[in-house]
Design a protein around this ligand. Structure first.
Ligand code: ADE
Length: 258
């Protein structure tokens, strides 16, 4: 997977992603991160890329031209990097904006199947609408709050997508059994010591009885989702047994309330 980021702060992206698991994935050649500075495509002698908004109002707006040129360079670079005979479709261009659809695990999974992804990061009051209409394919937000720029959201998405690419996580299984798989939160985890300041590891985990451990973990996932993210349960893939357990939880909660 090749990530390309159109940004005014390329060093922020490169520094943010070159450590730990994602840094190692880059070293192993499983992913690449190419940060393109929009400012390099400014024709202005002071390399300015922003101007006042038409119609007035606070803040500055990033101009269409440097963004369009940076995109054009990048699209051409991607095209030239592939053999003539198997030219891929045009890469998706994600504009990271609080006005987009909210990013989630299903979107991460879908995006992880692309070969190239372009992220466009805004700053200030945003980017001239015309260039967005011309190049953007997806508008994505990372949540209902406003950040100072698109770089952190782009890094969040790149991290979530990268860990789904085969070979990025050491343990293949660990990206499967985790939070949001089946729309359930992950069960609690414990490691040594068995007793930490009087708090003991649940007995069943020491039993070596795999079926019992599985069953306990499943119930813990349901309990945790019920307590912390009940909204997820509507879409969860529950068996008959899971549903019985959930019904008991709901019943118990009602007893606790009254
Ligand atoms: N830019 C500023 N805030 C953002 C958010 N919440 N998500 C994506 N891009 C943003």
């Amino acid at each position: 997977m090749n990530f390309h980021i159109l940004t005014l702060f390329p060093e922020m992206i490169l520094q943010g992603l070159n450590t730990s698991i994602i840094g190692r994935a880059m070293e192993k050649g499983l992913i690449s991160v190419n940060a393109v500075n929009i400012r390099d495509y400014s024709e202005d002698k002071h390399k300015r890329v922003d101007d006042y908004p038409y119609g007035g109002g606070a803040g500055m707006v990033i101009q269409a031209e440097p963004v369009y040129k940076a995109y054009g360079y990048l699209a051409n670079h991607i095209k030239l990097s592939k053999p003539e005979k198997d030219q891929p479709k045009k890469p998706r261009v994600i504009y990271v904006t609080p006005q987009g659809s909210i990013f989630n695990q299903t979107m991460a999974q879908e995006l992880s199947r692309e070969e190239d992804l372009i992220f466009l990061c805004g700053h200030y009051e945003g980017i001239d609408e015309r260039v967005l209409e011309m190049v953007v394919t997806d508008y994505i937000s990372i949540g209902d709050y406003v950040l100072t720029g698109g770089e952190l959201p782009a890094m969040v998405m790149i991290d979530a997508i990268s860990r789904l690419i085969p070979g990025v996580l050491n343990n293949e299984a660990s990206s499967e059994f985790e939070s949001f798989q089946d729309n359930l939160l992950e069960y609690p985890q414990y490691t040594r010591p068995e007793n930490f300041m009087g708090r003991k590891v649940p007995e069943v985990l020491l039993s070596g009885h795999h079926a019992k451990i599985e069953a306990w973990r499943r119930q813990q996932s349901i309990l945790r989702t019920f307590e912390r993210r009940p909204d997820l349960l509507e879409e969860a893939n529950l068996t008959e047994e899971d549903r019985e357990y959930l019904t008991r939880l709901i019943f118990q909660k009602n007893i606790d309330i009254y």
